[in-house]
Design a protein around this ligand. Structure first.
Ligand SMILES: [Zn+2]
Length: 308
Protein backbone atom coordinates (compact mmCIF):
# COMPACT_ATOMS: atom_id res chain seq x y z
CA UNK A 1 0.00 0.00 0.00
CA UNK A 2 1.26 3.46 -0.84
CA UNK A 3 1.61 5.78 2.11
CA UNK A 4 -0.45 8.48 0.40
CA UNK A 5 -3.49 6.23 0.68
CA UNK A 6 -3.22 6.01 4.45
CA UNK A 7 -4.53 9.31 5.78
CA UNK A 8 -8.04 8.83 4.34
CA UNK A 9 -9.18 5.70 6.17
CA UNK A 10 -7.18 6.54 9.27
CA UNK A 11 -7.93 10.24 9.09
CA UNK A 12 -10.44 10.59 11.94
CA UNK A 13 -8.39 8.38 14.26
CA UNK A 14 -4.95 9.64 13.42
CA UNK A 15 -4.36 10.97 16.93
CA UNK A 16 -5.06 7.62 18.56
CA UNK A 17 -2.09 5.48 19.55
CA UNK A 18 -3.42 2.47 17.63
CA UNK A 19 -3.86 4.39 14.40
CA UNK A 20 -0.40 5.87 14.63
CA UNK A 21 1.07 2.44 15.27
CA UNK A 22 -0.77 1.03 12.24
CA UNK A 23 0.52 3.81 10.00
CA UNK A 24 4.01 3.22 11.32
CA UNK A 25 3.82 -0.53 10.59
CA UNK A 26 2.63 0.08 7.05
CA UNK A 27 5.47 2.56 6.55
CA UNK A 28 8.19 0.12 7.68
CA UNK A 29 6.78 -2.96 5.93
CA UNK A 30 9.10 -2.67 2.89
CA UNK A 31 12.12 -2.46 5.21
CA UNK A 32 11.05 -5.46 7.28
CA UNK A 33 10.76 -7.55 4.11
CA UNK A 34 14.49 -7.12 3.46
CA UNK A 35 16.73 -9.79 5.03
CA UNK A 36 18.87 -8.59 7.92
CA UNK A 37 22.55 -8.14 7.21
CA UNK A 38 24.92 -10.86 8.44
CA UNK A 39 25.98 -9.87 11.95
CA UNK A 40 28.49 -12.61 12.84
CA UNK A 41 32.30 -12.55 12.83
CA UNK A 42 34.23 -12.04 9.59
CA UNK A 43 37.37 -13.82 8.40
CA UNK A 44 39.22 -11.56 5.93
CA UNK A 45 40.95 -14.15 3.76
CA UNK A 46 42.83 -11.76 1.46
CA UNK A 47 44.57 -8.90 3.19
CA UNK A 48 47.80 -7.05 2.31
CA UNK A 49 49.74 -4.83 4.67
CA UNK A 50 52.23 -3.43 2.18
CA UNK A 51 55.05 -1.06 2.95
CA UNK A 52 53.30 2.00 1.45
CA UNK A 53 50.42 1.46 3.90
CA UNK A 54 52.57 1.65 7.02
CA UNK A 55 56.20 2.15 5.88
CA UNK A 56 57.72 1.32 9.23
CA UNK A 57 55.49 3.85 10.95
CA UNK A 58 55.47 6.80 8.55
CA UNK A 59 52.67 5.52 6.25
CA UNK A 60 49.00 6.57 6.49
CA UNK A 61 47.80 3.26 7.97
CA UNK A 62 49.61 2.40 11.17
CA UNK A 63 48.89 -0.92 12.91
CA UNK A 64 46.55 0.99 15.26
CA UNK A 65 44.66 2.37 12.25
CA UNK A 66 44.18 -0.96 10.44
CA UNK A 67 43.35 -2.82 13.65
CA UNK A 68 40.66 -0.23 14.43
CA UNK A 69 39.17 -0.81 10.97
CA UNK A 70 39.06 -4.57 11.56
CA UNK A 71 37.64 -4.16 15.05
CA UNK A 72 34.76 -1.88 14.10
CA UNK A 73 33.81 -4.25 11.27
CA UNK A 74 33.80 -7.44 13.33
CA UNK A 75 36.84 -8.85 11.48
CA UNK A 76 38.30 -11.36 13.94
CA UNK A 77 40.92 -13.09 11.77
CA UNK A 78 42.93 -12.20 8.68
CA UNK A 79 45.10 -13.92 6.11
CA UNK A 80 47.94 -11.40 6.15
CA UNK A 81 50.55 -11.04 3.46
CA UNK A 82 52.65 -8.07 2.51
CA UNK A 83 55.31 -6.73 0.15
CA UNK A 84 57.86 -7.24 1.65
CA UNK A 85 56.99 -9.68 4.47
CA UNK A 86 57.77 -7.17 7.23
CA UNK A 87 54.20 -5.83 7.32
CA UNK A 88 52.77 -9.28 8.07
CA UNK A 89 55.44 -9.91 10.70
CA UNK A 90 54.78 -6.53 12.32
CA UNK A 91 51.03 -7.20 12.63
CA UNK A 92 51.59 -10.72 13.99
CA UNK A 93 54.23 -9.59 16.49
CA UNK A 94 52.24 -6.83 18.18
CA UNK A 95 50.53 -7.22 21.52
CA UNK A 96 47.91 -4.70 20.34
CA UNK A 97 46.80 -7.11 17.57
CA UNK A 98 45.96 -9.69 20.24
CA UNK A 99 44.26 -7.03 22.34
CA UNK A 100 42.16 -6.04 19.31
CA UNK A 101 40.95 -9.65 19.14
CA UNK A 102 42.44 -10.21 15.66
CA UNK A 103 44.09 -13.54 14.82
CA UNK A 104 46.79 -13.21 12.14
CA UNK A 105 47.17 -16.13 9.71
CA UNK A 106 50.54 -15.27 8.14
CA UNK A 107 51.33 -16.06 4.49
CA UNK A 108 54.73 -15.73 2.84
CA UNK A 109 54.54 -13.17 0.05
CA UNK A 110 56.67 -13.97 -2.96
CA UNK A 111 57.42 -10.35 -3.77
CA UNK A 112 60.22 -8.31 -2.30
CA UNK A 113 59.36 -5.48 -4.70
CA UNK A 114 57.14 -4.77 -7.70
CA UNK A 115 59.61 -6.19 -10.22
CA UNK A 116 59.13 -9.67 -8.70
CA UNK A 117 55.50 -9.80 -9.95
CA UNK A 118 56.64 -10.60 -13.46
CA UNK A 119 59.42 -13.11 -12.83
CA UNK A 120 58.79 -14.97 -9.54
CA UNK A 121 57.70 -18.17 -11.35
CA UNK A 122 61.21 -18.70 -12.74
CA UNK A 123 63.33 -16.92 -10.11
CA UNK A 124 65.31 -19.32 -7.91
CA UNK A 125 66.10 -16.53 -5.43
CA UNK A 126 62.35 -16.31 -4.69
CA UNK A 127 62.27 -20.02 -3.93
CA UNK A 128 65.23 -19.58 -1.57
CA UNK A 129 63.59 -16.58 0.12
CA UNK A 130 60.45 -18.67 0.75
CA UNK A 131 62.56 -21.47 2.31
CA UNK A 132 64.34 -19.01 4.60
CA UNK A 133 61.13 -17.27 5.58
CA UNK A 134 59.33 -20.57 6.22
CA UNK A 135 62.17 -21.84 8.43
CA UNK A 136 62.06 -18.59 10.42
CA UNK A 137 58.27 -18.27 10.97
CA UNK A 138 56.77 -15.29 12.74
CA UNK A 139 57.68 -14.20 16.23
CA UNK A 140 56.19 -11.98 18.89
CA UNK A 141 52.64 -11.97 20.24
CA UNK A 142 51.39 -14.50 17.66
CA UNK A 143 54.53 -16.61 17.29
CA UNK A 144 54.32 -19.61 14.97
CA UNK A 145 54.82 -20.99 11.50
CA UNK A 146 53.57 -19.47 8.27
CA UNK A 147 50.28 -21.01 7.08
CA UNK A 148 50.48 -20.29 3.39
CA UNK A 149 52.21 -18.66 0.45
CA UNK A 150 50.98 -15.88 -1.81
CA UNK A 151 49.26 -13.92 -3.02
CA UNK A 152 50.99 -14.46 -6.33
CA UNK A 153 49.87 -13.41 -9.80
CA UNK A 154 50.07 -15.11 -13.17
CA UNK A 155 49.07 -12.70 -15.93
CA UNK A 156 49.94 -15.36 -18.51
CA UNK A 157 48.55 -18.71 -17.41
CA UNK A 158 51.35 -20.62 -19.18
CA UNK A 159 53.74 -19.31 -16.51
CA UNK A 160 52.04 -21.71 -14.08
CA UNK A 161 54.49 -24.18 -15.62
CA UNK A 162 57.51 -22.03 -14.71
CA UNK A 163 60.08 -24.08 -12.75
CA UNK A 164 59.69 -22.08 -9.53
CA UNK A 165 55.89 -22.05 -9.75
CA UNK A 166 55.97 -25.85 -9.94
CA UNK A 167 58.45 -26.17 -7.06
CA UNK A 168 56.47 -23.81 -4.87
CA UNK A 169 53.22 -25.71 -5.44
CA UNK A 170 54.96 -28.94 -4.43
CA UNK A 171 56.59 -27.25 -1.44
CA UNK A 172 53.18 -25.97 -0.32
CA UNK A 173 51.54 -29.37 -0.71
CA UNK A 174 54.32 -31.11 1.22
CA UNK A 175 54.21 -28.61 4.10
CA UNK A 176 50.42 -28.26 4.22
CA UNK A 177 50.59 -24.59 3.28
CA UNK A 178 47.63 -22.92 1.58
CA UNK A 179 48.33 -21.05 -1.66
CA UNK A 180 46.61 -17.74 -2.50
CA UNK A 181 46.74 -17.34 -6.26
CA UNK A 182 45.48 -14.56 -8.54
CA UNK A 183 45.18 -16.52 -11.78
CA UNK A 184 42.73 -17.47 -14.51
CA UNK A 185 40.82 -20.74 -14.79
CA UNK A 186 43.40 -22.25 -17.17
CA UNK A 187 46.16 -21.74 -14.59
CA UNK A 188 44.06 -23.47 -11.90
CA UNK A 189 44.30 -26.70 -13.93
CA UNK A 190 48.05 -26.22 -14.48
CA UNK A 191 48.82 -25.46 -10.83
CA UNK A 192 46.75 -28.37 -9.53
CA UNK A 193 48.54 -30.72 -11.94
CA UNK A 194 51.79 -29.94 -10.05
CA UNK A 195 50.28 -30.66 -6.63
CA UNK A 196 46.87 -32.38 -6.76
CA UNK A 197 46.31 -32.19 -2.98
CA UNK A 198 47.41 -28.57 -2.52
CA UNK A 199 45.01 -26.27 -0.72
CA UNK A 200 44.65 -23.66 -3.42
CA UNK A 201 42.70 -20.47 -2.66
CA UNK A 202 41.62 -18.87 -5.90
CA UNK A 203 41.92 -15.14 -5.28
CA UNK A 204 38.78 -13.37 -6.62
CA UNK A 205 37.54 -16.76 -7.94
CA UNK A 206 38.46 -15.57 -11.41
CA UNK A 207 38.95 -11.81 -11.64
CA UNK A 208 38.59 -12.07 -15.42
CA UNK A 209 35.03 -13.34 -14.99
CA UNK A 210 35.31 -17.08 -15.64
CA UNK A 211 31.68 -18.24 -16.11
CA UNK A 212 29.93 -19.63 -13.03
CA UNK A 213 29.58 -22.99 -14.83
CA UNK A 214 33.38 -23.14 -15.30
CA UNK A 215 33.95 -22.30 -11.62
CA UNK A 216 31.46 -25.05 -10.74
CA UNK A 217 33.37 -27.57 -12.89
CA UNK A 218 36.72 -26.67 -11.29
CA UNK A 219 35.26 -26.92 -7.77
CA UNK A 220 33.84 -30.34 -8.62
CA UNK A 221 37.17 -31.48 -10.02
CA UNK A 222 39.44 -30.23 -7.19
CA UNK A 223 37.99 -30.83 -3.71
CA UNK A 224 40.77 -28.76 -2.03
CA UNK A 225 40.13 -25.68 -4.19
CA UNK A 226 38.65 -22.70 -2.32
CA UNK A 227 37.35 -19.40 -3.74
CA UNK A 228 37.94 -15.91 -2.30
CA UNK A 229 35.37 -13.43 -3.56
CA UNK A 230 36.82 -9.89 -3.64
CA UNK A 231 36.47 -8.15 -7.05
CA UNK A 232 34.57 -11.15 -8.47
CA UNK A 233 32.67 -9.84 -11.55
CA UNK A 234 28.99 -10.74 -11.65
CA UNK A 235 28.75 -11.65 -7.96
CA UNK A 236 26.27 -8.99 -6.90
CA UNK A 237 23.29 -7.47 -8.68
CA UNK A 238 20.53 -5.11 -7.47
CA UNK A 239 21.03 -3.40 -4.10
CA UNK A 240 24.23 -5.31 -3.46
CA UNK A 241 22.44 -8.68 -3.29
CA UNK A 242 23.83 -11.82 -4.90
CA UNK A 243 23.10 -12.44 -8.57
CA UNK A 244 21.03 -15.62 -9.01
CA UNK A 245 23.73 -17.85 -10.57
CA UNK A 246 26.27 -16.92 -7.90
CA UNK A 247 23.74 -17.41 -5.13
CA UNK A 248 23.14 -20.91 -6.52
CA UNK A 249 26.90 -21.62 -6.67
CA UNK A 250 27.47 -20.47 -3.08
CA UNK A 251 24.58 -22.67 -1.95
CA UNK A 252 26.01 -25.62 -3.89
CA UNK A 253 29.48 -25.23 -2.28
CA UNK A 254 28.85 -23.54 1.09
CA UNK A 255 32.12 -24.87 2.51
CA UNK A 256 34.36 -23.58 -0.27
CA UNK A 257 34.07 -19.77 -0.38
CA UNK A 258 35.56 -16.95 1.72
CA UNK A 259 35.45 -13.16 1.69
CA UNK A 260 38.44 -10.80 1.53
CA UNK A 261 39.33 -7.12 1.43
CA UNK A 262 42.34 -7.27 -0.93
CA UNK A 263 43.96 -4.09 0.43
CA UNK A 264 46.48 -4.05 -2.43
CA UNK A 265 46.62 -0.23 -2.54
CA UNK A 266 46.05 2.28 0.25
CA UNK A 267 42.72 3.34 -1.23
CA UNK A 268 41.30 -0.08 -0.30
CA UNK A 269 42.07 0.65 3.35
CA UNK A 270 40.03 3.84 3.07
CA UNK A 271 37.06 1.78 1.86
CA UNK A 272 37.53 -1.08 4.32
CA UNK A 273 34.26 -0.22 6.17
CA UNK A 274 32.25 -0.12 2.92
CA UNK A 275 33.78 -3.39 1.70
CA UNK A 276 32.87 -5.25 4.87
CA UNK A 277 29.39 -3.69 4.98
CA UNK A 278 28.91 -4.82 1.38
CA UNK A 279 29.77 -8.40 2.34
CA UNK A 280 27.36 -8.27 5.27
CA UNK A 281 24.54 -7.20 2.92
CA UNK A 282 24.80 -10.15 0.54
CA UNK A 283 25.72 -12.65 3.25
CA UNK A 284 22.43 -11.64 4.90
CA UNK A 285 20.68 -12.85 1.78
CA UNK A 286 21.83 -16.45 2.41
CA UNK A 287 20.55 -18.99 4.96
CA UNK A 288 22.23 -18.11 8.31
CA UNK A 289 24.38 -21.25 8.44
CA UNK A 290 25.73 -20.65 4.91
CA UNK A 291 26.40 -16.96 5.68
CA UNK A 292 28.35 -17.96 8.79
CA UNK A 293 30.40 -20.47 6.80
CA UNK A 294 31.40 -18.01 4.08
CA UNK A 295 31.82 -15.12 6.52
CA UNK A 296 33.83 -17.01 9.12
CA UNK A 297 33.80 -20.80 9.48
CA UNK A 298 35.48 -21.77 6.19
CA UNK A 299 38.56 -19.65 6.86
CA UNK A 300 38.60 -20.54 10.54
CA UNK A 301 38.48 -24.29 9.92
CA UNK A 302 41.03 -24.13 7.07
CA UNK A 303 43.56 -22.57 9.46
CA UNK A 304 42.41 -23.90 12.83
CA UNK A 305 41.35 -20.50 14.20
CA UNK A 306 39.17 -20.71 17.31
CA UNK A 307 35.72 -19.10 17.32
CA UNK A 308 35.87 -15.55 18.73
ZN1 LIG B 1 45.55 -9.25 -3.49
Amino acid sequence: MALSQCPKPFGPLVHSWRAQAAIFLIAIAPLAARAADYAGPLFDAHLHYNEEAWNGSAGPHSPADVLARMQRNGVKAIVANSRPNDGTKALASLEQTLQAGVTVVPFIRLYRNRADYDSWFRDETIYEMVQTEFARGVTGAQVGPYKGIGEFHLYDSANANGPVAKKLMQFAEKNNLAVLSHVDDVAIDLLMAHAPKARLIWAHTGIGGAPAARVDALFARYPTLMGELSYRPGLTCDAGKLCPEWRALLLKYPGRFMIGSDTWVNQRWQYYDELMKGYRVWLGDLPPDVARKIGWDNGASLFGVKAP
